[in-house]
Write a protein that binds this ligand. Structure first.
Ligand code: IPE
Ligand code: IPE
Ligand code: MG
Length: 252
């Protein structure tokens, strides 16, 4: 028998068709499988990346409709520089392309754009497009669309330790005061709550250096669906699955 506790309110929004109780506040997604999607169709890998851009916006729409607060999307890892140069160059053009197409809709939907990762070493065109979107959307208080770009979990931790060590040397931080909360303030995700739900597409079941610190108690959901095929129904399947998770955080 399944029953719902009466005091749990449905978070259904008028725009979302499916009733979802207990919507995760922060969803993180490893958008994987673009290359395989293209290969299956006899297309070059970049065709998969191109297709994946529109899926990002569809996913933003769903997240916004269901009142998710934060959507963190893994767009480019610190390891993805290993790929052939033309592919990397293509990937670096996508943020601009995405924002040129969808910034008006993001504004209309009250979405705020942010990024995590090493921003300084991105190509200047990529940086400018993102900076412009951050600036234009900074007062929006709907969904926070957070792109992990040039992001690596280990790199993030190293950067945090470096910054912290400097502050200790300058007597700005007392080592005795360091705890988990304080350490979190040195990460790219400072001010962000940890993800409730992590989704990875394409059948791979690994983190690939994503949010190593932040995913400590996150619920994981994997699907074989390739990113360019990630339709709203698949996202909703993940949200429905999350609905029934029992999070104990080590308690009983
Ligand atoms: C995800 O798709 C996009 C990025 C990592 C930038 P992939 O490009 O990794 O696609 P597959 O995994 O090779 O199919
Ligand atoms: C993870 O996917 C990175 C992004 C989705 C941006 P990869 O395709 O790079 O991961 P691996 O190489 O399969 O672990
Ligand atoms: Mg991949």
């Amino acid at each position: 028998m399944s029953f719902k506790l009466p005091f749990i309110k449905s978070k259904k929004k008028p725009e979302g068709d499916t009733e979802i109780i207990n919507v995760p506040r922060h969803v993180a997604i490893i958008m994987d499988g673009n290359g395989r999607w293209a290969k299956k169709r006899g297309l070059p890998r970049i065709a998969g990346h191109k297709e994946g851009v529109d899926v990002v916006q569809q996913t933003v729409r769903t997240a916004s409709n269901y009142n998710i607060k934060i959507l963190t999307l893994f767009a480019f890892s610190t390891e993805n520089w290993k790929r052939p140069k033309p592919e990397v160059q293509f990937l670096m053009k996508l943020p601009k392309q995405f924002l040129n197409t969808y910034l008006p809709e993001l504004m209309e939907k009250n979405v705020r754009v942010e990024t995590i990762g090493r921003f300084d070493t991105l190509p200047s065109q990529t940086k400018e497009a993102i900076q412009d979107a951050k600036e234009k959307t900074k007062n929006n208080d709907g969904l926070l669309l957070n792109f992990a770009i040039n992001y690596g979990g280990r790199d993030e931790i190293i950067q945090a330790v470096k910054k912290m060590t400097k502050e200790i040397e300058n007597n700005q931080l007392n080592i005795e005061e360091l705890d988990e909360n304080e350490f979190s303030n040195y990460l790219y995700t400072k001010n962000l709550e940890d993800p409730d739900l992590l989704i990875r597409t394409s059948g791979e079941r690994r983190l690939s250096n994503f949010l190593l610190w932040q995913l400590a108690y996150t619920e994981f959901w994997f699907t074989d669906v390739l990113w360019p095929d990630f339709r709203e129904e698949v996202f909703i399947q993940a949200l429905k699955d999350y609905e029934n998770r029992k999070r104990r955080y080590g308690g009983i």
